[in-house]
Design a protein around this ligand. Structure first.
Ligand code: KG4
Ligand code: ZN
Length: 339
């Protein structure tokens, strides 16, 4: 199965070709970071308009990178949700129109399933079942992954997603957008223990997470800060990062003992964070847990994860009608298991 994948759920436009036998054949991406940076966050209408301009050039580049002709493609996968409705619609219209004109099947892909599937692009992919820790700008989920498509949510944030908290803390510290990598960068020269940071909900026995109290605590610290005190900023960033990581690890560890699983996959944009990766290795390693992270390139939004997800699902399912439907909200647990 040679699957063409499109991603346009937020501020990255991406196109990829994945072949079941030959692996990933091409990946082209355009990031809108510069477009949104001046506004300090993603402006949905601008995102949608920019996707319109980027899709076709990226598709052409993807075909020429892989030396593939359109008529060799077996199916088209696109991100159907969750995400920004206008941005999703651009990808869905483009992908379904192309599939229809080529007389091949199209399938809408769940963005969070695709994030988990990014780990399958590795030379050493995880085997099922595993605990999925999905940490991105929109979600913080701890998931029992029985098999592809069979998901049970064991824990999630009751307020901000962890990536969202990274972005807000970056804004408070005047680090700009996107915030996660910027917070990680300055945290390297910070002392995490200098400021006491809350670790909300860690004593509750459920899988729930919360990051908004931590962000509010940072806001209060910043209010008392000398704006030129770079060391204090680094210390706050390090303290925030350490607290956020602790919360994720404590709840994930609990979920691991609950499920009895021996593998964990950490995916989504925040899984690019080296401090999180290191902490996972230190905590889960001694427990005998096999730890999987997608390659850095496949942690944040991309189309390789969409194309590989499509290659697994398309032989069994496809969009039956020609109408365009996207799902800005789409429960992961409503997906069907892949036979
Ligand atoms: O998965 P993703 O690209 O988009 C969503 O589906 O949301 O994740 C983007 C999020 C942003 O909040 C970004 O700040 C965060 O991932 N992120 C990071 C790092 N790289 C990206 N957070 C912490 N450390 C990083 N190195
Ligand atoms: Zn994402």
């Amino acid at each position: 199965m040679l699957c063409l994948g499109f991603e346009s759920s937020c501020d990255e436009t991406a196109v990829a070709l994945y072949d079941t036998h030959r692996g990933l054949l091409s990946h082209q991406i355009f990031s809108q970071v510069d477009l949104h940076a001046v506004y300090g966050g993603v402006v949905p209408e601008l995102a949608a308009r920019d996707h319109v301009q980027r899709m076709l050039p990226l598709l052409k580049a993807s075909l020429s990178e892989s030396h593939i002709n359109l008529n060799e493609i077996d199916g088209v996968a696109y991100t159907k949700g969750p995400g920004l409705v206008g941005a999703l619609l651009v990808g869905a219209v483009f992908a379904k129109t192309l599939a229809w004109s080529l007389d091949i099947p199209a399938l809408g892909i769940h963005h969070l399933e695709a994030h988990l599937m990014a780990a399958q692009l590795d030379e050493r992919p995880p085997t099922y079942p595993y605990l999925g820790v999905l940490v991105s700008g929109g979600h913080s989920l701890i998931i029992a992954v029985e098999s592809m498509g069979s998901y049970r949510i064991l824990g999630q944030s009751v307020d901000d997603a962890v990536g969202e908290a990274f972005d807000k803390v970056a804004k408070l510290l005047g680090l700009g957008y996107p915030g996660g990598p910027a917070v990680e960068r300055i945290a390297k020269s910070g002392h995490a223990a200098r400021f006491d940071m809350p670790r909300p909900m860690i004593h509750q026995k459920n899988g729930d997470l919360s990051f908004s109290g931590l962000k509010t605590h940072v806001m209060q610290l910043v209010a008392q800060l000398d704006p030129d005190d770079q060391q204090a900023k680094a210390d706050i960033a390090a303290g925030f990062q350490a607290a956020a990581i602790d919360c994720l690890l404590i709840k994930s560890k609990r979920a691991l003992s609950l499920t009895g699983y021996s593998s964990v996959v950490i995916a989504g944009g925040v899984s690019a964070n080296q401090a999180l990766r290191q902490a996972c290795l230190e905590h889960f390693g001694p427990m005998g847990i096999d730890i999987f992270f997608p390659k850095l390139q496949w942690c944040t939004d991309n189309a390789a994860m969409v194309a590989i997800t499509g290659s697994f699902r398309l032989p069994n399912e496809y969009d039956v009608d020609a109408d365009i439907q996207v799902l800005p909200r789409w429960p992961l647990e409503s997906l069907s298991a892949v036979p």
